[in-house]
Design a protein around this ligand. Structure first.
Ligand code: SAH
Length: 254
């Protein structure tokens, strides 16, 4: 098997947030595979084939990419943000583990990208400056009680939580239930952020509190950040406040 498969994180949206390594991987590919919306972010190149697919068929898409690579192509599978965070890299390795044993000889490389949580955090200050975790709110691939159990355990243990896949038309009520579950654990003044379309033209960042957080503010392009009891807000009159989580436990308890 002579082909190769690169799983490429495109970053959160703006081209300036894509790494040079990712740009090289895209430029050198014979074939691009991915969700159509993400492929649209890759400039067209003559001679390069594009295999666009629906967002929900990750495993089929991964198998398709592996077959192309096994036939000798240089394939780039694209994901938004980082390819390993709720994205295609896991689907590729699932397909490898379950699939043709020959696929294990392929040259598979994961090219990292700036995940939505890092792009959002950078806009806000340093909310991920101490212990944090990332949870996908989607119950397509795990039961919602498991989502709630992880979320409440994380919030109760003092982690700042980055919630991916917070809302979509197909999942309208889950974020409200998640916020209610956290309200039972954290103080009402805990900062909550709705960071939508970070780094894109329609970027929108809303800083609120757990008490006032309105789940309707989120759509499928929104990352929701829930602070810990230690997360601090520095007010700046007339400007967006800064949020940060102190580095030391002692400072956090102040
Ligand atoms: N691999 C991606 C995440 C894919 S899951 C990454 O590392 O960022 C899709 C979810 O990511 C969306 O529902 C949203 O919660 C978040 N997301 C992706 N791009 C975003 C952006 N530009 N701004 C805010 N959230 C984003």
């Amino acid at each position: 098997m002579t082909g190769c498969l690169l799983v490429v994180g495109l970053g959160p949206g703006d081209a300036s947030m894509q790494t040079p390594q990712a740009a090289d991987a895209l430029a050198g590919a014979t074939d691009l595979v991915g969700y159509a919306t993400y492929l649209d972010r890759v400039p067209p190149r003559p001679g390069q084939a594009r295999h666009a697919s629906d967002n929900r068929v990750e495993l089929d898409r991964a198998r398709h990419a592996l077959r192309l690579a096994a036939a000798g192509a240089r394939v780039a599978v694209v994901s938004s943000g980082d390819a390993g965070v709720f994205a295609m890299a896991s689907a590729v390795f699932e397909a490898v583990e379950q699939g043709d044993p020959g696929w294990r000889d392929l040259d598979v490389q994961v090219v990292p990208g700036i995940s939505a949580m890092f792009a959002a955090a950078a806009r806000l200050g340093a909310p991920l400056g101490h212990d944090f975790c990332a949870i996908s709110l989607s119950d397509n691939l795990k039961p919602f009680p498991v989502v709630l159990q992880r979320l409440t355990a994380a919030a109760g243990a003092g982690f700042v939580v980055a919630l991916y896949n917070a809302a979509s038309r197909a999942r309208p009520w889950q974020l409200g239930a998640a916020l209610d579950a956290v309200r039972a654990i954290l103080p009402p003044g805990t900062p909550v952020v709705f960071a939508t379309a970070v780094s894109r033209d329609d970027e929108n960042i809303e800083i609120t509190t757990l008490r006032d957080a309105d789940p309707a503010r989120a759509d499928m392009r929104t990352l929701v950040l829930i602070g810990s009891a230690a997360t601090r807000q520095i007010e700046r009159p007339g400007r967006q406040p800064w949020l940060y989580s102190p580095r030391s436990h002692a400072e956090a308890a102040r």
